[in-house]
Design a protein around this ligand. Structure first.
Ligand SMILES: *Cc1c(COP(=O)(O)O)cnc(C)c1O
Length: 360
């Protein structure tokens, strides 16, 4: 069967080269006579895969030794709880920016573990923008300042990172990690569920500045304790072994494409192809304020929910699948992560123009 262009928000498309290597190595990895799935996580063969994957991530994101890189489970959602449990001091508090559904969810979860302030929200505007940030509202004594760099459901992205001074910036990068260059030194913690732009589901990446370790609350479960996991090399218990291996294959592919700087250029081009069609159209509506448009998740609507549904169905007939918007916002969402080829986006742009002509 021919492969489709899969615009799903996550789990999402993976590079074909990574899938082919995984297929080739399925029954016997590198002469071991077994699949990576069957290997002990304590074996040398597996430790080599793990170390190589960590080294690749450090290289791609230019992560210095002063940061710990953790490969955990529990998804980004697990980290919604882990973050306050690892960082909130007794009587301390944290500042949160409510820029979307996942940001809001992270904030609600964090409130179980301590004092949380919402310093800005765009909820009343249905999250069509990153909220205006007023520095006067930031607490200079906060234990950390929390943002979501890319809002997957609404399709928004921070055009610039907030200046938080000595307060560590904590970022949920689930849907745009490895898609654009970030200076990791700007962050106290950056984390991501892997299933959007890194690899398959099951792996959660946490990158934490080492001076922030050692603060975990006593109630913090050890599998979520960054200090314990750093000491144990992410292997306090069984890590998501196969997901880490697959993520490594995807990172090798990314490196072969020229790394993050090169893919960022491609991502800008890819998203522009779609936004140009939207901007030239009086049929489609793109709700996000242009300055905050995501390069990963492009959201739009046709003139009616019925036409939205017809669009999604007709597109699928052309091999352009999973374009239905998130149930919270409806409409159409094209998720165009690193692994989505330019050709897939070109095909979608063409389809959009054709659908407009036929349904106007
Ligand atoms: C998908 C997503 C999440 C939730 O991730 P899980 O791994 O399913 O817990 C959190 N934040 C953002 C920005 C996301 O895109």
């Amino acid at each position: 069967m021919d492969r489709v262009y899969n615009f799903a928000a996550g789990p999402s498309m993976l590079p074909e080269a990574a899938l082919r290597t995984a297929a080739d190595e399925m029954l016997s990895f590198n002469g071991t006579g077994m699949s990576v799935m069957e290997m002990s996580h304590r074996s040398k063969a597996y430790q080599d895969i793990f170390d190589e994957t960590e080294a690749l991530l450090r290289e791609l994101m230019d992560i210095p030794d002063s940061y710990s890189v953790l490969f955990l489970q529990g998804g980004a959602t697990g980290q919604f709880a882990a973050i306050p449990m690892n960082l909130l001091t007794e009587n301390g508090s944290a500042d949160y920016v409510d820029s979307g559904n996942f940001a809001h969810g992270a904030m609600v979860e964090a409130k179980k573990y301590g004092s949380i302030n919402c310093v800005a929200s765009s909820k009343d505007e249905n999250y069509v923008r990153i909220p205006e940030l007023d520095k006067a509202k930031f607490d200079p004594k906060a234990d950390y300042f929390y943002i979501t760099t890319n809002n997957t459901i609404f399709g928004t992205r921070y055009a610039a990172l907030p200046e938080t001074g000595d307060v560590p910036l904590v970022a949920d990068m689930s849907s745009n990690i490895l898609s654009e260059v970030y200076d990791i030194n700007r962050f106290g913690v950056a984390y991501a569920g892997a299933q959007k732009n890194v690899g398959p589901a099951g792996l959660t990446i946490v990158i934490v500045r080492k001076d922030l370790l050692g603060r975990a609350q006593a109630i913090c479960p050890k599998v979520l304790n960054w200090t314990v996991m750093t000491e144990k090399g992410s292997m306090l218990n069984t890590p998501p072994t196969y997901a880490i291996y697959m993520a490594g294959l995807c990172m090798k592919w990314l490196k072969s494409q020229g790394g993050v700087q090169a893919i960022e250029k491609v991502n800008i081009e890819k998203s522009k192809l779609l936004y140009d069609v939207l901007d030239a159209s009086d049929f489609y509506r793109a709700p996000v304020v242009p300055e905050y448009r995501s390069r990963m998740n492009v959201t739009f609507t046709t003139p009616s929910p019925e036409l939205d549904a017809a669009f999604v169905k007709a597109a699928a007939g052309q091999g352009l699948v999973s374009l239905k918007g998130h149930r919270l916002v409806g409409g159409i969402r094209a998720s165009i992560y690193n692994a989505m080829p330019v050709e897939g986006v070109q095909a979608l742009a063409k389809f959009m123009q054709k659908f407009e002509v036929e349904n106007k």
